[in-house]
Design a protein around this ligand. Structure first.
Ligand SMILES: [Zn+2]
Length: 130
């Protein structure tokens, strides 16, 4: 299915030049910074931390002492992103990485919202061309 009418979707790459940190996709980010397992998520095997309760407390503790190991997964423009540092706005959850980042402005696109730019429909719609 092609969405040529939509300027947002026609940039179909998952790697975007965002922030001062340059280009990186989520896989590269994952391998480079190595998110730690969430030891607080009982019975769940996951590497992100929720934005409330004990898990948030743990994130804040790290943010206090080793802020460059904390990342925020956010709902952004046209998709979701991992950005360096602890943020409140549009947060979905947090990552803590083994490897601290250097510099700032690192922004890695994780998901791109698909769908028609006009009506938001993810399946077929009247705006589809060809
Ligand atoms: Zn449409």
């Amino acid at each position: 299915m092609r969405w040529n009418h939509c300027p947002k979707i026609s940039m179909s790459s998952t790697i975007k030049p965002v922030g001062k940190g340059g280009y990186m996709d989520f896989e590269e980010w994952y391998e480079k910074y190595k998110p730690i397992k969430n030891h607080l998520a009982r019975g769940e095997d996951r590497d992100y931390f929720e934005t409330y309760d004990l898990e948030l407390g743990y994130v804040l503790g790290i943010a206090d002492t080793q802020p460059k190991r904390v990342w925020t997964y956010v709902d952004g423009d046209g998709g979701t992103y991992v950005v360096d540092g602890y943020h409140l706005v549009n947060r979905i959850y947090y990552y803590i990485t083994e490897v601290p980042y250097e510099g700032d402005g690192i922004e890695v696109q994780v998901d791109e919202y698909s769908g028609c730019a006009i009506c938001g429909e993810e399946g077929e719609c009247e705006h589809e061309l060809g």
